[in-house]
Design a protein around this ligand. Structure first.
Ligand SMILES: Cc1cc2nc3c(=O)[nH]c(=O)nc-3n(C[C@H](O)[C@H](O)[C@H](O)COP(=O)(O)OP(=O)(O)OC[C@H]3O[C@@H](n4cnc5c(N)ncnc54)[C@H](O)[C@@H]3O)c2cc1C
Length: 301
């Protein structure tokens, strides 16, 4: 790629990055979107809860989005992995795994997060297919089915309330001793949510469709769907490289304008919020692009 200098570099070219790219492309900004093709929802067969695209595959939605952004010829795309982001006197320098370096006046971090799979054989294979991260995305499709929740503590309790709205055939698997208060346990009991504290050995499945949970004590429980809250990490080490502050939960800290704690660096999408959805990522990207354009316009006027 000949041009190495851009108004804006966007790390991540999925829903939030493409959406930011559209705001900026339509504002005649020279933009580079760098992406390595690994969105977090890539294993899920159908994406839901995004109006106009409900039920399409995740890649279909992303491809349509990319086609829209490609219409704006000031936006360029680079297939590759960002390995380093750093501040320079004039802005920011981004380095890719093949050693290429690009510069920009502003940086938008749209690189999402990486979900960390628990050490349970079968779990990763079912992730996004029958092991579900979010009731709004996939709950309707498994309503009233024999369902489990793999979680513990306050999170498990809050999740139970939400999932109970979608199915009454519900078991909470805490995979070890339950860390819930007496009051919470009593509420679960009142609503006939079964508590199971047995330690999980593995998940038996067929092509990602869960069949049963197998426990270390030899017991087995058949299931049709399992909700799970799992840990994550940022895809880019922006706290060390750029000095962006993270929240207690590990999200990049942003203000109402999608600005991180480092001037000139913006962030949008899954890397800043627990409300993980395509619609939210698109909305935040759209706004981040507009705010960046406004900053540049103010500077240039
Ligand atoms: C299993 C699963 C199923 C889901 N189902 C739904 C659903 O049905 N409906 C819904 O609304 N939401 C769903 N979600 C949530 C939704 O997928 C996310 O909210 C959305 O993808 C966030 O968009 P994003 O652009 O912020 O991040 P992502 O879509 O995760 O994209 C991040 C992009 O950054 C790129 N990237 C990361 N690191 C680098 C790097 N170092 N260099 C270059 N590129 C990099 C990745 O390749 C990727 O393309 C689901 C999530 C999961 C995990």
């Amino acid at each position: 790629m000949e041009n190495k200098n851009f108004d804006v570099i966007i790390t991540g070219g999925s829903y939030s990055g493409l959406s930011a790219g559209m705001s900026l492309g339509r504002s005649l900004r020279n933009v580079l979107i760098i992406d390595n093709g690994k969105p977090c929802n890539r294993q899920t067969p159908h994406s839901h809860n995004f109006v106009t695209h409900d039920g399409k595959t995740p890649s279909e939605i992303a491809q349509l989005a990319k086609k829209d952004v490609e219409k704006y010829n000031t936006v360029q795309f680079y297939n590759g992995t960002v390995v380093k982001t750093q501040k320079t006197t004039e802005g920011f320098e981004i380095e890719t795994s093949s050693g290429e370096k690009f510069n920009a006046k502003r940086l938008i971090l749209a690189s999402g997060v990486k979900d960390i799979m628990p050490d349970i054989p079968g779990f990763a294979e079912c992730w996004g297919i029958s092991v579900i991260h979010c009731p709004y995305c996939h709950g309707y499709e498994v309503k009233n089915e024999v369902t489990g929740i793999l979680s513990n503590g306050d999170m498990a309790y809050e999740f139970s309330k939400l999932i109970f709205n979608l199915t009454k055939n519900l078991t909470l698997f805490t995979n070890g001793k339950a860390a819930l208060t007496e009051e919470q346990l009593e509420k679960l009991k009142q609503n006939k949510i079964i508590l199971n504290e047995d330690e999980i050995e593995s998940i038996q499945h067929k092509n990602g469709s869960i069949q049963k949970i197998i426990f270390k004590n030899g017991k087995e429980i058949p299931l049709q769907a399992l909700y799970a809250k799992i840990p994550f990490e940022q895809n880019l080490n922006v706290s060390d490289d750029l000095g962006c502050e993270l929240t207690e939960q590990g999200f990049i800290k942003v203000d109402m304008m999608q600005k991180t704690t480092v001037p000139g660096v913006f962030a949008c999408g899954d890397n800043v919020t627990m409300m993980r959805s395509v619609a939210n990522a698109v909305a935040q990207g759209n706004f981040a692009g507009a705010v960046v354009n406004k900053e540049l316009s103010d500077e240039e006027f």
